[in-house]
Design a protein. Structure first.
Length: 448
């Protein structure tokens, strides 16, 4: 019974360490000696807190076993999260093969809820006393399965399947695939699932404005680049009209919108799927994506609006140098950038943001998002942090999620700040290859 524990850390000890970890991480065991980590209750807290990992590569990367800074930085600098985050397995083994194995050693990984509970505890400063982590996370008993498994079709919704398609050796493949959803009445989407084969840099689903006038060929791969590497201008020319619908850089996504909030899908909607796969091996690899759009059983109270903030002209990275780029988006900018007309903007007095995730390329070191108000004496509040360009965290805000709700009012806004290191001999600008750069913030919000 969770109520029998004295603190969040006691729950972690009793429900996680004692059940999954101390069979190996106990005094005298080889694993404990190799890792220098004993997780029995008499010593676990002292062994973890602000201690460097015995793994020299992780220690050299600035990680502690558990960092007590709190917030996003504390989580991102905690080796414990890296080691238990099985849903992040592709990134872990592809980018940090020197870090050892995901723990506990499979096939029985920690549940997604247990991972979120530890994540929440660390974000609160990892105290040994007090209830600081949300116990409700432990209700999620799903576990990561590393094998690619096609999604089952939703009971009330539609499934979109793209591929399989080939990704040639030593190249990046990015294309668009336009198709109609065959929906003849207004529908509302309150849950999205995505499952894709490993090797993807991103997968995004776009819509177009309801009055879009350009004809696009159905069910055809329209590649962003020609065989000689030049851009396909016919594809490039319509990208400015695309409206973000959903997407991820993770192999798996399963998001349920807040209660009473859903995306509106008008009749005869068509979508443009945009996979981007990287293959720098000498073998052909396959790409494939399944997407499930689940319909709401009833009309929602609030309509979800897409959030997409682009920094383009300001992005210029001198060679052999570190550059930080900032841009502030006001309340009105956010509404305008995301397709609301001037008349609508004047009638809206609050924006409720419930999802954020960043998008950048390989030169990115950090991507930060701050809440800013109209008081020059207050410190900007960090609400999003990412130091992994390939697998940016997808943060959810509001009741039932890891982070507090984000409410923006008039004269408030968001400041985006990204830091890059350009190790090449050329100036880099905004571009679509992973060797170019980007600075984009995606997400969702709703208004009154």
């Amino acid at each position: 019974n969770l109520e029998d524990y004295d603190s969040s850390y006691d729950i972690i000890q009793g429900e996680i360490f004692n059940k999954y970890c101390i069979s190996c991480h106990v005094a005298g065991n080889t694993y404990a000696e190799e890792s220098g980590l004993i997780l029995t209750s008499d010593t676990s807290y002292k062994s973890l807190i602000n201690e460097y990992p015995k793994n020299l590569i992780a220690a050299g990367d600035g990680l502690f076993l558990v960092n007590t800074t709190g917030g996003f930085q504390g989580v991102n600098k905690s080796f414990l999260i890296e080691k238990i985050n099985a849903p992040n397995m592709d990134h872990f083994y592809d980018d940090h093969e020197e870090y050892g194995n995901i723990m506990p050693i499979g096939p029985l990984y920690l549940t997604n809820g247990q991972i979120d509970f530890i994540w929440d505890w660390i974000s609160e400063g990892a105290p040994d006393t007090g209830y600081v982590a949300n116990i409700a996370f432990l209700d999620n008993i799903e576990r990561y399965d590393p094998e690619f498994t096609p999604l089952e079709s939703p009971d009330n919704g539609i499934q979109i399947h793209l591929g399989p398609f080939e990704v040639a050796p030593q190249q990046e493949t990015e294309f668009f695939y336009y198709s109609k959803l065959n929906i003849n009445e207004v529908k509302y989407i309150n849950r999205v699932e995505i499952e894709m084969r490993s090797g993807s840099h991103h997968y995004i689903v776009y819509k177009y404005p309801e009055d879009f006038w350009i004809e696009i060929e159905d069910n055809t791969e329209r590649h962003l680049r020609n065989p000689d590497g030049s851009y396909n201008e016919s594809v490039l020319s319509i990208m400015a009209h695309q409206v973000f619908f959903t997407g991820t850089q993770w192999p798996q996504l399963d998001v349920t919108f807040p209660a009473g909030v859903a995306l509106r899908i008008p009749p005869n909607t068509a979508i443009d799927q945009n996979p981007h796969y990287l293959n720098y091996s000498d073998e052909i690899v396959q790409g494939e994506v399944f997407t499930n759009l689940h319909f709401s059983e009833e009309e929602p109270e609030y309509i979800a609006e897409r959030l997409q903030l682009n920094v383009i002209e300001e992005l210029s990275l001198p060679p052999k140098d570190t550059t930080t780029t900032e841009k502030t988006f006001t309340f009105e900018d956010i509404l305008r950038e995301n397709g609301l007309d001037s008349l609508s903007i004047t009638t809206i007095d609050k924006i409720n943001i419930f999802q954020l995730f960043s998008h950048a390329h390989e030169k990115m070191l950090e991507f930060e998002v701050f809440f800013i108000d109209n008081n020059p004496t207050t410190t900007d509040l960090l609400i999003y942090y990412n130091d992994d360009w390939e697998h940016p965290p997808i943060n959810y805000y509001g009741e039932g999620y890891l982070y507090d709700a984000i409410e923006l009012f008039s004269e408030e806004g968001l400041k985006l700040r990204a830091t890059y290191y350009n190790w090449t001999d050329e100036v880099l600008y905004f571009g679509f290859l992973s060797t170019d750069e980007m600075m984009i913030l995606f997400g969702y919000f709703y208004t009154q």
